[in-house]
Design a protein. Structure first.
Length: 251
């Protein structure tokens, strides 16, 4: 697998233009962080480029880029990508979908597992929980909408804990700040001390697509394009799946 990744990185560097070594500024969602931390060293080894990565939530990335923060490649929830393209911050023709993720439910390790087998079961479990947690990013934005559609948002908002940028929802469960947590699977997997119960039921599930594009003010567009092609390569698929993500092109 490692050899496949290195070969893929070398190939995508070659077909771009074989440019001099560059420092690529990557600004990406925390949902892809663990997978990319495993992938980036192989790209760096094969290409000679260095990737300077910064991680945050979709909401925070969208805000910071809109306010003028620059990068070479920006990856976030697709709604954020589309908005930044419309604002002229990202280059539309370079947009690509990198991965997708479902929202899962978790509790502190050893705690009773509430019923999440249906929308009604989730509703009852949320109402019964002493506290709930979700992120301030893409998944959390959806959870608020879901609670509103279930007709219980006003009843539970006072016991909701919102995890800020780079703060895992799972950590709120470990510390006891929340009893029931909702987050992207890829962001729950790295947290020790929690039990991942399972995904939201299909009737209320939300699949988030993480897409991205080159920044309109990218200083290293060719190197960033090579990185994007590598992250989209079939060689990266197994790493994505290992970390709770799926290629965005898969069914």
């Amino acid at each position: 697998m490692r050899l496949r990744l290195i070969v893929a990185a070398a190939f995508f560097l070659f077909v771009t233009n074989g440019a001099q070594s560059a420092e690529i500024r990557l600004f990406a969602s925390g949902a892809v962080k663990e997978a990319y931390l495993q992938l980036l060293p192989d790209f760096e080894k094969a290409s000679g480029h260095r990737v300077n990565a910064a991680w945050s939530s979709t909401t925070d990335i969208r805000k910071r880029v809109a306010e003028g923060e620059a990068a070479d490649l920006v990856i976030l929830g697709d709604n954020g990508t589309q908005a930044l393209i419309k604002e002229g911050k990202l280059v539309a023709r370079t947009r690509a979908a990198f991965a997708k993720s479902a929202i899962y439910v978790a509790v502190r390790a050893g705690a009773p597992h509430p019923d999440i087998s249906s929308a009604d079961a989730v509703k009852r479990s949320v109402l019964a929980a002493k506290s709930i947690a979700y992120s301030g990013g893409a998944s959390g934005t959806y959870i608020v909408t879901m609670l509103q559609k279930l007709g219980i948002y006003d009843a539970v908002r006072s016991k909701a804990v919102v995890a800020g940028p780079n703060v895992p929802v799972g950590g709120k469960l470990v510390t006891g700040e929340a009893e029931l947590g909702f987050h992207q699977l890829s962001e729950l997997i790295p947290v020790r001390g929690i039990d991942i119960i399972g995904p939201l039921p299909g009737e209320i599930q939300e699949i988030t697509v993480f897409s991205g594009a080159l920044h309109s003010a990218a200083k290293e567009p060719d190197a960033a394009a090579a990185l994007a092609k590598f992250l989209l390569s079939p060689a990266a698929t197994d790493i994505l799946k290992k970390h709770g993500l799926e290629p965005a092109s898969s069914n």
